[in-house]
Write a protein that binds this ligand. Sequence first.
Ligand code: NA7
Length: 533
Amino acid sequence: GPVPETLQVDALVVGAGVGGIYSTYNLSRAGFNVQCIDMAGDIGGTWYWNTYPGAMSDTETYLYRYSWDKEDLRTYPWSKHYVYQPEILEYLRHIVKKHDLRKYMRFSTEMDSASWDENTGSWTISCTNGLVIKARYLINCLGLLSKPNYPDIPGISSFAGKIIHTAKWDNTVELEGKKVGIIGNGSTGVQVMTAIAPKVRHLISFQRHPQYSVPSGQGLIPQGYREKINQNYDRIWQDVWSSSTAFGVPESTRKTMEATPEERRQAFQQVWDQGNGFRFMFSAFGDITTNLEANEEACNFIRSKIDEIVKDPKKAKALKPCDLYARRPLCDSGYYQIFNHDNVDIVDLRETPIDKIVPDGIKTKDGEVYKLDVLIFATGFDAIEGNYLRIKITGRDGETIKKHWENGSTAYGAVACNGFPNMFIVSGPQGAFANFPVVIESEIDFITECIQHAQNKKADHIMEVSRESEQQWSDLCDQLVEGSLFKTTASWIFGANVEGRKLSTKFYFGGLNRYREWVQKEINSGFPGFISS
Ligand code: NA7
């Protein structure tokens, strides 16, 4: 056959989403010869794939931007408190164009394997389209929430209608006037249901665990709002960098149970009215996610709202969670309200589990068959390491990343693993649990420092973390999550949503501010976590 094309570069960035774009920008500006590849047909990552109706970032628009283009922050237009997927993708395309980054990128180019070559001190990357790339530095921006998770329900292939996963949305699927079933009511399910309820003939949510959701506060921005943000941008970013969750919401230290019942109700009502899930969880009180009694107060408040909003007591009962409020906080623009319409139903899978999928629709264990034209899976992602385990990544001495992570995925300072020299990871395991774009920027800034150190200060140009430091970081992550109610609540945050996956601490719960302080110390003290040579 034809001789495969081989490229030789300083740095290969894999992925052209929010992380890949910034990595490409940063490393090219630092003078490296950079190549960026993505399996998708264009830039965008998450925002390339997730085109389902209602897809939206629930970070306020003024923060769902890169912080480093200060001129752009003040001038690029946006219209709403939260931006929907098409506008986010437009923004990312604009940034790529403005900074002329497309020339570094190749699309429809999927990394198939990557292996460390001891002799040349570089990585050899093979792509499914035959391209081979040799790179001294490998920067993986494969995405945290990108490998779709499919439910293991018998009979899926027998379904006569259309099945569609939200993360692989197909815009040609007709929903108007159709009988639509949906499995999954997390962030994604809530968004898609709220968006399609008015259009479809019948919508049935097959719900396993109800979740707590609060209003997002979506809406057009009032006059003068943008000007005020623009005037205060520098301070706003300072506040974000020095906060724990980086969502631009105040982080309260007030204890829930020290307030009187009336003060509590008022405090919850205030954040409910303002909107945003992270605000509800972190701005009214400081101990919702650490104190059981406090958590229960927040739960009761939201449950009382569900009772107020949802007229049909049977639907309200199905929608009210009994678990702790300790998953990623959800927000919506009228989710509970859709259940007041006759065309929207809910099947409580805790009472009547799914038996199987049949050609006509879904059959539950009580023998009922729900007839469907379209079945939507909003069943989430094989999060964090999912995309890494799919690719054959081989480090020193033939060790694969799959083997390295068999007891749980770890990464020193969220960016590097022992045995995988000069390989860096963006939004992989054990990064700060905070607003992702801000976390991504912080990690890439750290990675850029690491690479510059290898390039300029080390004779062999090799940066590799030691086994001990990787273990210490992992221990630190374990310690930091102690006492958090997140730990006792099953979700993708610990890998509980993927069958057979070993549970482990996949986030650094110390806050973004402490993560950044740690990074600065690591840099200032000459990268002590890395093996010196
Ligand atoms: P999530 O938050 O992982 O939610 C997945 C949903 O799918 C959740 O409601 C699950 O129910 C449900 N699910 C998954 N498998 C099944 C089966 N087999 N049967 C019934 N229900 C099932 O994914 P999202 O896409 O909503 O959000 C992920 C992140 O992306 C989000 O946090 C944002 O940061 C962006 P369960 O609760 O497990 O019973």
